[in-house]
Design a protein around this ligand. Structure first.
Ligand code: ATP
Length: 283
C-alpha cells in the first residue's frame, strides 16, 4: 500500500485494549512486527488470540491504545481498503457458492467470498491465480469445486487466495486445524517456502500447538487472559517456563531440527497408563 523503505514497521500495536460487553478481552498489549519477521501468537483457548488477530487484520478497532497496520493508523483510514492489503486466512471464512479453486483464489482480489458478476479479472490476474494454484500444488485440482475439496486442499487454497493481492502482511489463524499429520507437514512446508517466494512479507500465525509452528517462525507473542506473558525472539520466548505460564499447566518444550514440541507431565496418582493397559491385557 505504501512505498515504505525496507525494515519499516508492518504492524504496531501500542498498549492496546479491547472491551466487549463490559469485559476486557485484550489488556495493554504492545507488539511490533517488521518486514521479514514471522510471528507466532500462542495462548490457551479463550486467551484472546482471534480477537488480537481481528485488530491486526483491521477487522476491529481497539477500545484504547493504537494499532497501525502497513503504516496506517486504525481510526484514521478506511478499514475496507486497508483490509485488501492484508492477507488474512481465517478459519471462519465461509465460501458458500460452489466455486472452483481458481475462482476462490481470485476472490482474494475483491476481498469477497463470491465472484461478483460485474467484475472481470485481467489476463495478468488470471495468470497470477494460476501461478499460485501451481505453487500450492493445487494445479491438478484447479477446476474442482469448493464443497468437494479436502480440508488440506481448502487450507492451501485459502493461503493462495490471501497471497494474490501480494500482501506485505499475512495473518494465519490456526491454519493446521483439522489436518492429518501428513497434510499438516505439507502445509507447514508450504508456509516455510513463503520466506523465499515472498521474502519481504511479514506474518503472524495463531496456534495452540507448538508442533504446528513453521520452522521459519522468528518471533513469538504469548498471551494469557488477554495479557502478554512474553514477546520477542522465538528461541528466547518459546521456553518451558513461558509456555507453562501462558497455558497455566506444566509443559516441557523441546526444540529440535528447527521445530518445537510440547509434552505435559501426567499426574502419578494413577501410575503409568501403559502399565495399567498391560495389566488389563494380561489374563
Ligand atoms: N464479540 C465478543 N463479545 C463478547 N465476548 C467476546 C467477543 N469476542 C470474543 N469474546 C470472548 O473473548 C475471549 C477471547 O476470545 P478469542 O476468540 O479471541 O480467544 P482465542 O484465544 O482465539 O480462543 P480459541 O483458541 O478458543 O479460539 C473469549 O472468552 C470469548 O468468549
Amino acid at each position: 500500500m505504501n512505498d515504505r523503505p525496507m525494515g519499516d514497521q508492518v504492524l504496531e500495536l501500542d498498549d492496546v485494549s479491547f472491551r466487549r460487553d463490559g469485559r476486557e478481552i485484550i489488556s495493554g498489549i504492545s507488539l511490533s512486527v517488521k518486514a521479514r519477521e514471522h510471528w507466532a501468537l500462542l495462548g490457551a483457548n479463550g486467551a484472546g488470540k482471534s480477537t488480537l488477530m481481528a485488530l491486526c487484520g483491521a477487522v476491529n478497532h481497539p477500545s484504547s491504545g493504537t494499532v497501525s497496520v502497513l503504516g496506517e493508523r486504525l481510526g484514521r483510514v478506511e478499514m475496507k481498503a486497508l483490509r485488501r492489503s492484508i492477507g488474512h486466512v481465517n478459519p471462519r471464512h465461509q465460501i458458500l457458492a460452489p466455486l472452483t479453486i481458481r475462482q476462490v483464489v481470485l476472490t482474494g482480489l475483491t476481498g469477497s467470498n463470491e465472484l461478483s458478476p460485474r467484475w472481470e479479472p485481467t489476463h495478468a490476474e488470471l495468470a497470477k491465480a494460476d501461478a499460485l494454484v501451481e505453487q500450492f500444488g493445487l494445479a491438478p485440482k484447479a477446476g474442482l469445486r469448493w464443497p468437494t475439496l479436502s480440508q488440506g486442499e481448502r487450507g492451501r487454497a485459502l493461503i493462495a487466495r490471501a497471497l494474490i493481492s501480494s500482501p506485505e502482511l499475512l495473518l494465519l489463524d490456526e491454519p493446521c486445524t483439522g489436518l492429518d499429520i501428513a497434510a499438516r507437514e505439507q502445509l507447514l512446508e508450504t508456509i516455510d517456502d513463503l520466506a523465499y517466494t515472498h521474502p519481504r512479507m511479514a506474518s503472524v500465525l495463531v496456534t495452540h500447538h507448538l508442533e504446528e509452528l513453521p520452522a521459519t517462525t522468528s518471533h513469538a507473542l504469548l498471551i494469557t487472559a488477554g495479557q502478554a506473558v512474553a514477546a520477542g525472539r522465538a528461541a528466547e520466548v518459546i521456553t518451558s517456563e513461558n509456555i507453562t505460564a501462558a497455558f497455566g499447566h506444566p509443559i516441557d518444550v523441546e526444540y529440535r531440527h528447527e521445530r518445537w514440541t510440547a509434552r505435559t507431565g501426567r499426574s502419578s496418582r494413577h501410575g503409568s497408563h501403559r502399565r495399567h493397559a498391560e495389566e488389563v491385557a494380561v489374563p
